[in-house]
Design a protein around this ligand. Structure first.
Ligand SMILES: [Zn+2]
Length: 308
């Protein structure tokens, strides 16, 4: 079984006008393909815009998806829910916000969303908001004072901090202002592919030191700066996993595909293809204990450390 740290299926379903419960040729994720891929649960991202209106609409749509019995989804709010998922043969959905823009600085809506089950959040979706600065923006600007307060509130409530879309200054401000494990839910190694969304070695080390984890992203341009989607092999994906393992060990690498939110290599073209990648990893040196950490245990450990 697998826990995927980042899927954008909500956004894709709206854009592509397809249903989650039926297998489609379009997009990367739906219920039948998640089951074929042995995916137990995923962080289902609500795509952030900058207004509280757009967040509440996104959350409404999230619950329309998760509460529809045809979709066989179960909201994960606590660790025990994973067992319930297995028992009931459902797919677990973790409510994740891909940015904090649109939250009020008094944090009343953050507390409300936590009550609705918000369990993980990025501080910025590659943009600049009242709390943080995303990649590709002003490198001198990091977290604001309000952003540091937001981190404190998240820690208090038990919401995991996701640094995937932050610029470097914001990243280091997060490291300096939280005592909890940090995740980069969908980012790769910058030293193998110099995309701004990837992590420098010092950042990988800091996530390791926080006892957090990094979800390997299958987005073509985060895997390789030269190869196209037909040329990327499992080996290229494995190189990013190996690199993180070399730097910080097996306890800090996970899977965060970005399915339905990115251009994906043909070799792993939708979420049903996970078993082929895992078989490859097994044949090329990862044993069962190590694979279980990559597949779900590292995420579970972070959840246990952060959730209340
Ligand atoms: Zn993203």
């Amino acid at each position: 079984m697998i826990i995927d740290g980042h899927i954008d299926v909500l956004f894709a379903l709206q854009r592509q006008q397809r249903s989650f419960s039926r297998e489609s040729e379009v997009g990367h994720v739906d219920l039948p393909r998640m089951k074929k891929g042995n995916v137990l649960a995923a962080f289902f991202a609500v795509f952030p815009k900058v207004s509280s209106y757009s967040i509440s609409r996104g959350v409404d749509y999230w619950f329309q998806l998760v509460d529809n019995p045809e979709n066989e989804l179960l909201q994960i709010k606590r660790i025990e829910d994973f067992e319930k998922c297995k028992r009931e043969n459902k797919v677990g959905a973790i409510l994740h916000f891909e940015g904090s823009g649109g939250l009020e600085s008094e944090f009343h809506n953050l507390r409300n969303y936590h009550k609705l089950g918000l369990r993980s959040m990025g501080l910025s979706w590659s943009n600049l908001n009242q709390f943080a600065t995303g990649v590709g923006n002003d490198e001198m600007r990091g977290l604001t004072i309000e952003g540091k307060q937001l981190l404190g509130e998240m820690e208090e409530l038990g919401i995991i901090v996701d640094v995937s879309h932050l610029n470097e200054k914001s990243f280091w401000d997060v490291v300096d202002n939280t005592s909890k494990p940090i995740i980069a839910s969908h980012s790769n190694a910058y030293s193998l592919c110099d995309h701004i969304r990837n992590l420098k070695d010092e950042q990988i080390e800091a996530i390791g030191e926080s006892n957090g984890t990094i979800g390997i992203n299958f987005c073509v341009s985060f895997l390789s700066s030269e190869l196209n989607k037909d040329e990327i092999t499992f080996e290229i994906i494995k190189n990013h996993i190996d690199h993180i393992v070399d730097k910080v060990g097996i306890n800090h690498v996970s899977l965060g595909s970005d399915y339905d939110g990115a251009t994906i290599p043909t070799a792993i073209k939708d979420i049903s293809h996970y078993p082929i990648l895992l078989k490859y990893l097994e044949e090329t040196g990862y044993n069962e204990t190590e694979l279980n950490k990559i597949k779900y245990e590292n995420f579970i450990r972070v959840m246990k450390d952060c959730w209340k």
